[in-house]
Design a protein around this ligand. Structure first.
Ligand SMILES: [Zn+2]
Ligand SMILES: [Zn+2]
Length: 99
């Protein structure tokens, strides 16, 4: 990708420090490496390219384990409620059938 002078807009040569036309200093673009940095939710350490576990404290980074158990708990509660509703319906039907 060609760079252009911020001052006069003329194209800059690759790696040029100054503009050929006006001598304006070419601002070096910050190098963008594909490193993804995130903060550990546990120790607030900066983790580059996280691979699941924090290298500082060893805690999983992708998902909060407490949140995961909370989600699991909600699923269990929903399942229990569905089963309870089914049981109530079956009992009601049984009572109606008896009468
Ligand atoms: Zn220029
Ligand atoms: Zn950590």
């Amino acid at each position: 990708m060609a760079k252009f002078c911020e001052n006069c807009g003329s194209p800059l040569k690759a790696g040029a420090q100054f503009c050929d036309k006006c001598g304006h200093k070419a601002v070096a673009e910050p190098r963008r490496n594909n490193e993804f940095v995130m903060l550990c939710p546990n120790c607030q350490g900066q983790v580059k390219n996280p691979m699941g576990l924090c290298p500082y404290c060893g805690r999983p980074l992708s998902e909060d384990p407490e949140e995961r158990t909370a989600k699991g708990l909600v699923l269990v509660i929903v399942a229990v409620m569905v089963i309870a509703f089914l049981a109530i319906f079956i009992i009601l039907f049984a009572l109606i059938a008896i009468h």
